[in-house]
Design a protein around this ligand. Structure first.
Ligand code: NAD
Length: 348
């Protein structure tokens, strides 16, 4: 930004608070920490467990997410800087990464303090002014105070559908979501032996959720299966203009947030994708859609493809881009480029 004297004035870093240092919160904190135009002013935990200790070890300032629990941290010998209210005072934006539906309860605090907030996909659309996906609707979030980053499944669907729609048009989409039942750390719930239509009655919520970030005719069905690694989507698109298979491959290859993986390289299942990711990324975090190249097909004028989505990681870059949009720091393409470079997206 140029000052009146023509000198370049350095913009202050956006101060980011993470409320809820769990699966998504810890990843978003680390991603924000890598950016030059924003910094993590603190993270919250509800209890003094190993994740709280890890946050402190990494150098994050720790706060109690629930005021009444602050003394538990003292008793456990873990230093906290205060409570969520103290943290909110220091922040320009709170990224709420608390469990589904809790974000909506937390919103009252953010509104009262006049601080911007980003919510996650477990919240209803109505929690925020707009829902967000960087590729499909970055500009909608420009200057906004409350933004919801859509869920992992919705993010994965939206990226590929946006690219297909932009390039070939879309008449309609039908997609089947095969969902990991819980995240790997979960030890209180799960599905040990069964395949659960979820929901049994059509449609699943994913189609309507995509429509909050992309104008498209879509119906989805969903199943939960006993795995923790990744979701798998089987997608069928009726395009306006029928492309060749090579056209689709070229379009998907051009987007760094999409990875084309091949059976020829041994990627025969999500197990193999994760085995590879363990070598190339911290926590095996895959921020990209993993599309099986061989699955991309044109049959009777319709596009088919199968992709795997790492649920714990895919929304991380979107949270970073949402901050830049809300603070009007960069255009969509500039922000995505910076975020991509910082996370190694496009380099695998
Ligand atoms: P999580 O359970 O791993 O983490 C949530 C964290 O919030 C925990 O550390 C918990 O102790 C803390 N917390 C509990 N009550 C709180 C409160 N009142 N205030 C602040 N923090 C509180 O959950 P997660 O998987 O990280 O999910 C967070 C959000 O992200 C949800 O909306 C979820 O739907 C969404 N999301 C999750 C995934 C995924 O696959 N895990 C993917 C995309 C989006």
């Amino acid at each position: 930004m140029a000052s009146k004297k023509g000198k370049t004035r350095r913009r202050k870093k956006v101060k980011v608070a993470i409320n809820g240092y769990g699966t998504i919160g810890k990843r978003v904190a680390d991603a924000v920490n890598l950016q030059k135009d924003m910094s993590v002013v603190g993270v919250t935990k509800t209890k003094p467990d190993f994740e709280a200790k890890m946050a402190v070890k990494k150098g994050y300032k720790l706060y109690a997410a629930i005021e009444e629990r602050a003394e538990l941290f003292d008793k456990a010998g873990i230093k906290i800087e205060g409570t969520i209210d103290d943290l909110i005072e220091k922040a320009d934006v709170v990224i709420d990464c608390s469990p589904s539906k809790v974000g909506a309860e937390n919103k009252e605090k953010y509104v009262k303090a006049g601080v911007k907030a980003i919510f996650q996909g477990g919240e209803k659309e109505s929690v925020a002014e707009v829902s967000f996906n960087a590729l499909s609707c970055y500009d909608k979030a420009i200057g906004k105070d409350y933004v919801r980053v859509v869920s992992c499944n919705t993010t994965g669907l939206t990226r590929v559908l946006y690219l297909i729609k932009e390039n070939f048009g879309i008449k309609k989409v039908r997609a089947t979501m095969i969902r990991r039942v819980v995240d790997p750390k979960e030890d209180k719930k799960g599905l040990v032996n069964g395949i659960m239509p979820n929901p049994i009655a059509l449609p699943s919520h994913h189609g309507p959720d995509v429509k909050t970030v992309l104008d498209v005719d879509i119906t989805t069905v969903a199943f939960k299966v006993p795995t923790t690694l990744m979701h798998v989507h089987s997608i069928n698109v009726v395009p306006e203009e029928v492309p060749s298979r090579d056209d689709v491959i070229e379009v998907l290859k051009s987007e760094p947030r999409i990875l084309l993986l091949s059976e020829k390289d041994g990627f025969t299942s999500t197990a193999k994708i994760v085995e590879w990711a363990r070598e190339v990324r911290m926590r095996y975090d895959l921020y990209e859609n993993c599309v099986w190249e061989e699955s991309i097909s044109i049959v009777d004028g319709e596009i088919y493809l199968t992709q795997a989505i790492h649920q714990e990681a895919i929304v991380v870059p979107e949270n970073v881009d949402a901050i830049r949009a809300m603070f009007e720091l960069k255009s969509r393409d500039e922000s995505m480029k910076i975020t991509n470079e910082s996370l190694g997206i496009g380099s695998l």
